[in-house]
Design a protein around this ligand. Structure first.
Ligand SMILES: *Cc1c(COP(=O)(O)O)cnc(C)c1O
Length: 410
């Protein structure tokens, strides 16, 4: 048997049926029409936003990195919950605007923005986080063509990284942002060219569960933003300090305690370097806000034995929930929290089972030698922590199965 990650403690059952936002899993499948299904509980997202506001210093802005979950009904609700959206493509620009987020609260990062995306962003009045000097030149040219003043910030590749992150996005040679030692020159050139200067975007890592590492990185980020601003000789209206708040997906993970981060940021903000005194500070979070709110529900199609091992075959797989198969940003495959939704809380059977998806590839493994109650055809298998990087971050076209259904609840 191999261990699984912790099921978030608020999930309960009624007569053995897993409840999501107070509704039984089987009833949700009926409501959606079929499995596979992603069900998102907006109440859990809102509770997470409240936890952030309570722990963090007043005035700190919360941005949502919409790539974590851009499901339109969820995005529309998020627009009323957070202070800004961070987007990474022209497609996400359309989604953010359709969700009702004000353009001046949207910022657009991402290496490799096409000219038509730059034009659409400048036309809409969103901030572009420049990833290179070349992109700066193309943004100015696009603004000229439109006869508009572009809102520009510079994304900095910091000279440090967030220690212990699942995905490293800063420090060393990176395709993201401009190296710290060239960032001030780029900012100065944009200001001299007449751009509306918006400030800095400094993102050092993702999926981190160590408050001390996050605190250390935030402190270094503020110091870097101050040093760069001094070099430019202009105060940044916004400093986006990045994010990195992680979730406890795997066995042995402990949930991130954000309260010490709030306390440390509070004291940082009380003693900001002069040039940042009037700057707004923001954190941009994706998975931490929405990940725990989602459950991926699949139906068992087959239970079969091979050389003494039992395989449970479900109608979903890595084409919907790549992350749970271990093929999205993890080096070693580990088990996400998993349960039989219609026998939730029942004691496990004597022998472990391996839960696989319906794709013809050995990569399609959703639970490896996991302890579950006896599984039968027609049962529902629930995979938790499915609210982020699920439906939109998986290769849905691979092998031609239907797209998953999605439901927003609460
Ligand atoms: C992906 C991304 C995020 C969100 O990361 P999470 O791990 O989901 O919080 C934030 N900022 C940038 C620049 C990103 O690329």
């Amino acid at each position: 048997m191999k261990p699984t990650g912790p099921i978030p403690p608020w999930f309960t059952a009624e007569e053995g049926m897993l409840l999501i936002a107070g509704c039984g899993a089987a009833a949700l499948v009926d409501e959606a029409g079929d499995t596979p299904l992603f069900a998102y509980d907006m109440g859990i997202v809102e509770a997470q936003v409240r936890r952030f506001r309570e722990a963090m210093t007043d005035g700190l802005h919360l941005h949502y990195a919409i790539k974590a979950n851009p499901f339109a009904p969820l995005l529309a609700r998020m627009a009323g919950q957070v202070d800004g959206f961070d987007i990474a493509s022209g497609g996400e620009l359309d989604m953010a605007l359709s969700a009702g987020m004000a353009p001046d609260r949207i910022s657009f990062a991402g290496p490799g923005k096409r000219d038509d995306e730059l034009e659409a962003a400048i036309f809409a009045g969103v901030t572009i986080n420049l990833e290179s000097e070349g992109e700066g030149r193309r943004a100015l040219a696009a603004a000229d063509r439109l006869g508009k003043t572009p809102r520009l910030a510079v994304r900095v590749n910091p000279d440090f990284d967030l220690k212990g992150s699942g995905m490293r996005m800063g420090g060393g040679a990176k395709p993201f942002g401009v190296d710290a030692d060239r960032a001030a020159a780029l900012a100065r050139a944009m200001i001299d060219a007449g751009a509306d200067w918006r400030g800095w975007h400094i993102f050092a890592g993702s999926q981190n569960l160590d408050p001390l590492a996050i605190i250390e990185t935030q402190s270094a980020t503020i110091a870097l933003a101050a040093r760069l601003s001094d070099q430019v000789g202009a105060a940044p209206p916004l400093v986006n300090l990045g994010g990195g708040f992680g979730l406890a997906y795997f066995p042995g993970d402990t949930a991130l305690d954000i309260r010490p981060i709030g306390v440390a940021l509070d004291s940082e903000m009380d003693s900001l370097p002069d040039i940042l005194r009037d700057s707004r500070m923001a954190l941009e979070l994706g998975r931490w806000l929405v990940g725990e709110a989602g459950v991926y529900l699949t139906r068992v199609l087959d239970v079969k034995v091979s050389q003494g091992e039992t395989f449970v075959v479900v109608d979903g797989g890595l084409h919907h929930q790549l992350a749970a198969s271990g093929n999205f940003g993890t080096v070693v495959r580990r088990n996400y929290p998993i349960a039989v939704a219609n026998r939730f809380g029942a004691p496990p059977a004597a022998d472990p089972v391996t839960v696989v998806g319906c794709l013809c590839t050995p990569l399609d493994r959703l639970g490896d030698k996991v302890a579950l109650p006896t599984v039968r055809e027609g049962d529902f298998i629930a995979i938790f922590l499915a609210g982020a990087y699920g439906a939109s971050a998986s290769p849905a076209a691979f092998l031609g199965h239907p797209s998953p259904r999605e439901l927003l609840l609460g």
